[in-house]
Design a protein around this ligand. Sequence first.
Ligand SMILES: Nc1nc2c(ncn2[C@@H]2O[C@H](COP(=O)(O)OP(=O)(O)O)[C@@H](O)[C@H]2O)c(=O)[nH]1
Ligand SMILES: [Mg+2]
Length: 701
Amino acid sequence: MKVYTGENVRNVVVLGHGHAGKTSLVSAMLYTAGATPRLGRVDDGSATTDYDDEEISRKMSIATSLGYAEWGQTKINFLDTPGFNMFVHEAKMVLPVVDAAVVVVDGVAGVEVVTERVWNYCEEYKTPRVVVASRMDRDRADAERVLETLTKAFGRNVIPLELPIGKEKNLSGVVDLVRMKAYTYELGGSGKGKEGEIPAGLKDAAQAAHERLVELVAEGDDGLMEKFFDAGTLSEEDLVPALHNAIREDKIFPVLFASGLGNVSADRLMDFIVEFTPTAIEHDAVRGEVTSGNGEPPARKESDSEPVSLYVFKTVSDPFAGRISYFKVFSGVLKNDASLTNFSRGSQEKLAHIGVMQGKTAVPVNELHAGDIGAVAKLKDTLTGDTLGDKAAPIQYPKVKLPEPAITFAIEPKTRADEDKLGVGIHKLMEEDAMLRFFRDAQTKEFLIAGTGQQHIEVTVSKLKKRFHTEVNLKAPKVPYRETIHGRADVQGRHKKQTGGHGQYGDCKIKMEPLPRGSEFEFVNDIFGGAIPRNFIPAVEKGIKDAAARGYLAGFPVVDFKVVLYDGSYHDVDSNDLSFQLAGRIAFKKAMEQAKPTLLEPIMAVEITVPDEFAGAIMGDLNSRRGRIQGMNNKGGNTIINAEVPMAEMLTYGADLTSMTQGRGSFNMEMHHYDIVPTQLQEKIIEKAKAERGEVKEEEE
Ligand SMILES: Nc1nc2c(ncn2[C@@H]2O[C@H](COP(=O)(O)OP(=O)(O)O)[C@@H](O)[C@H]2O)c(=O)[nH]1
Ligand SMILES: [Mg+2]
């Protein structure tokens, strides 16, 4: 393969709502550029960038994958991302390594929920954007309406650079509004357009749109404004570079039209990317994070002449090839077989067999220059987010911040053999999936798996089965209830066993009182005059703590209470540590009887985003889940609801929200605080917990 230097590379992320046509559009470009022998299709599993088993069987992108097109002198690296709520963090994770974003919208629906989400990601990373309305060959595709939804959501700087020729299944091409030429295609053809004159019926509309474009470009540039006033228009020589700059500076967001499946205008889109989006090295220096001291963070220019450095933005765990690390060369030239330092972990790595990815296939290369993207297999301990480079010039590029997982399930291996394999499989999957968590709940002792939503967890379970031959069952997690007290108590706990031989004797008097939420446990020693010898006092405390951990009402840990030990007695011979532990335990139980015990439940802070039309139904539903609405905001057609809801009511919320909003809602939640369970619910929870525990009653001491 040819060697490309940064000015001849473009790194382009393809983003947008699920089913907008992203993967098909990438396939169309790859085919048109001659990278694939046939036009890959999502529907028959032949799309280059949807190659994973899960993606093929679900007909949707789940992870970001890469492909490249060699177009003229330029190599365009495409990063095809998933557009479903649950997987859209995959898109966010690649923003630090791209030069531009192709935001794909559906020609019928226009802007949708995830379109806005990814647009905001681009704002955060100041990524230049071009919008492509694809699937323009579908029934009811409508360029006017798509443009309306775009300007409504993102403002008047979203402006068409093309007009479609023909509608729906008669879509036959596009008019280029920069150079005022027409390009026509055969639906399902080679993707290479035939240049010609603008059809007579479109001339006026094209002229008007051209003038609007020229005005908008002139507005953003004082020098051009004068020329524009003098001449009433701008020449191509003035318009093209000004437009390039305006796009790079996020002042103008151009809109193009296409059909991925019909392969209309794929060549125009690649021409556009080459001409109008920034090259891979047309940036300010990339800043590292401060690693030591308090000076300026180190920075690197994206240039071949700087020391080599690269940032790993993705990891794939392939059952055959092992771990594959995807990276961007931010500076210097990476040679095959290089030995680099992993600055994030302080280890050395050998990069044998570097390559570039065409879907699932790695194409070997000898070197990669600053700005380019590549992949390498079998790094020892490099993970996503790590920076590697020349030992002499350490730097660490910032990692992408992701939200916390929204949903948790309990995960149970089906057999003993599955149990042995589960940990290994899940940890491999976690290497490639930044939003997957696996842990054991200290209180309920269950293994838990957390992710962005039900489907995310289902995909994980399916990967465990196919890749690691491990089968599991999923269940709603147990709610980690707790117990506490409302009232006070003053009791004596005495343990006495003095029949023959060596006896046991311990005796304590304690007061118990509630503490504010979150205080856990406090123990005060108020013994004067040696009623209990000093060395036995920790034993009393331990007895109480152990008993509290086992619970009183239903076996949940007792929290937020204070114990004052104020009196007791002992026996010179028979008293020992164990006796005082048992005395403490007995005292605790007696105190609980008096102190009005009650159950506490975890309350989650929940943030839900839904299109406005669903807001009413969602609020009503939250009410029925004992939720308390904390706030509501509107943003571009979406309502964001903040609420506090008991965890017990949210165990299946992912699936419920999907069915209530036709998949258009998303949510996030995290533990917020513990609160008292309403009395009418307590009895049920206690009975259920006792039944689960098999009601083993401790024998009375
Ligand atoms: N009619 C038509 N269908 C398309 C077009 N592009 C994609 N599709 C279909 O729309 C569905 C979603 O396409 P896909 O490329 O997977 O969308 P993505 O989720 O944005 O990657 C698939 O069934 C495609 O065959 C198009 O240009 N025209
Ligand atoms: Mg896709």
